[in-house]
Ligand binder design. Structure first.
Ligand SMILES: CC1(C)C(=O)N([C@H]2C=Cc3c(O)cccc32)c2nc(Nc3ccccc3)ncc21
Length: 337
């Protein structure tokens, strides 16, 4: 469930959640964002003393449709384990609330980074874009499309590395089968979405990646307009301005991604192999090894056995069954330290 985040606490529901100080082993500190049906708070895991983000969802405020989307988002996040995708640590549910405990991206939105620092140098943009491409490539290899790729959903961690967030519009796809739901932010939406046609999910994500790359290097959107109609005609024209400072290689890559005909648009392997992407050396295929079953880290297990009430089998089961409960949360929070 993608949403515009604001940190203004308005409604009475908000105050109720605002008075929350602790859930499970998590002590709440401050609100980092609130949307129409979720509040996200910074919290500390008291057992491991680690900062996490907790998305608090009040189920009583949601209709059936939205609730289904939230459970789909959770199902998808449970499957994803990648260095540049926000990791889900734990899911807690009471009869009226859902709490999603995830990695905390302390650097905030890359959108705000660009507002503050202006466009990136192309070598910095290349480092960041390679991380984004690696995260999206991993999702597509897991048959998941994000469908809401935009600067606002690209978060930064304390090392200024990318953490892809908000799988509220994501969905699983079957190779070659077309999707039809209109998703995401218009400024990042592929032309085929504006034409109301069924579309190929991964190819629509690639268009959004082209808009993201343009935004990183130019600090502005390629397609704008004062309303949806002008935006639509600009996108369908496929015409956008290239600033004087953009190198030819960068322009060439962007022009191969912002291609109207989805069939002719670059694929992720073509993007990875493009000249411009060779500026800094990241292995975009690091994601492949992440799909295997988690190898148990015995140092972490030994550390946990000092905690009351835990035994070896409980820990190994919770991690290998991917329970997303307190035990696996302690394990992964310690492993990621
Ligand atoms: C749980 C999760 C994944 C999430 O839902 N959000 C929200 C909340 C604010 C927001 C946004 O502004 C843009 C995207 C996602 C979000 C998160 N925000 C952060 N860090 C952050 C830190 C300072 C400013 C903005 C975001 N870390 C993890 C999350």
């Amino acid at each position: 469930m993608a949403q515009k985040w604001s940190n203004s606490n308005s409604s009475t529901k908000q105050n109720l959640i605002d008075r929350l100080i602790r859930v499970g082993y998590y002590e709440f500190e401050k609100t980092i964002g609130c949307g129409n049906f979720a509040v996200v708070k910074l919290a500390k895991h008291v057992v491991t003393n680690t900062k996490v983000a907790v998305k608090i969802i009040d189920k009583t405020q949601l209709d059936e449709e939205t609730l289904k989307k939230i459970f789909r988002e959770i199902q998808i996040m449970r499957k994803l384990k990648h260095p540049h995708i926000i990791k889900l640590y734990q899911v807690m549910e009471t009869e009226r609330m859902i709490y999603l405990v995830t990695e905390y991206a302390s650097g905030g939105e890359i959108f705000d980074y660009l507002v503050e620092h202006g466009p990136m140098s192309e070598s910095e943009a290349c480092r960041i874009f390679q991380q984004i491409v690696s995260a999206v490539h991993y999702c597509h290899s897991m048959n998941i499309v994000h469908r809401d790729l935009k600067a606002e959903n690209l978060l930064l961690d304390s090392n200024n590395d990318i953490k892809l967030a908000d799988f509220g519009f994501s969905n699983t796809f079957v190779e070659g089968q077309l999707l039809s739901t209109w998703c995401g932010s218009p400024a990042y939406a592929a032309p085929e979405l504006f034409e109301g046609q069924k579309y190929d999910g991964p190819k629509a994500d690639i268009w959004s990646l082209g808009v993201v790359l343009y935004v990183l290097v130019c600090g502005a959107l390629p397609f704008g307009g004062k309303n949806l109609q002008t935006l639509r005609s600009q996108v369908l024209s496929g015409k956008f301005r290239i600033p004087f400072f953009m190198t030819g290689a960068c322009e060439n890559l962007i022009r191969h991604m912002l291609v109207i005909d989805a069939e002719k648009r670059y694929s992720l392997p073509q993007i990875i192999q493009h000249e411009w992407m060779k500026q800094s050396n990241i292995d975009c295929y690091s994601h492949v090894i992440l799909n295997t079953n988690p190898v148990i880290n015995n140092v972490v297990v030994e550390h946990m056995l000092q905690l009351p009430g835990l035994n070896h089998d409980m820990i190994v089961n919770s991690v290998q069954q991917r329970c997303f409960d307190h035990v696996s949360a302690i394990y992964h929070l310690l492993a990621d330290k």
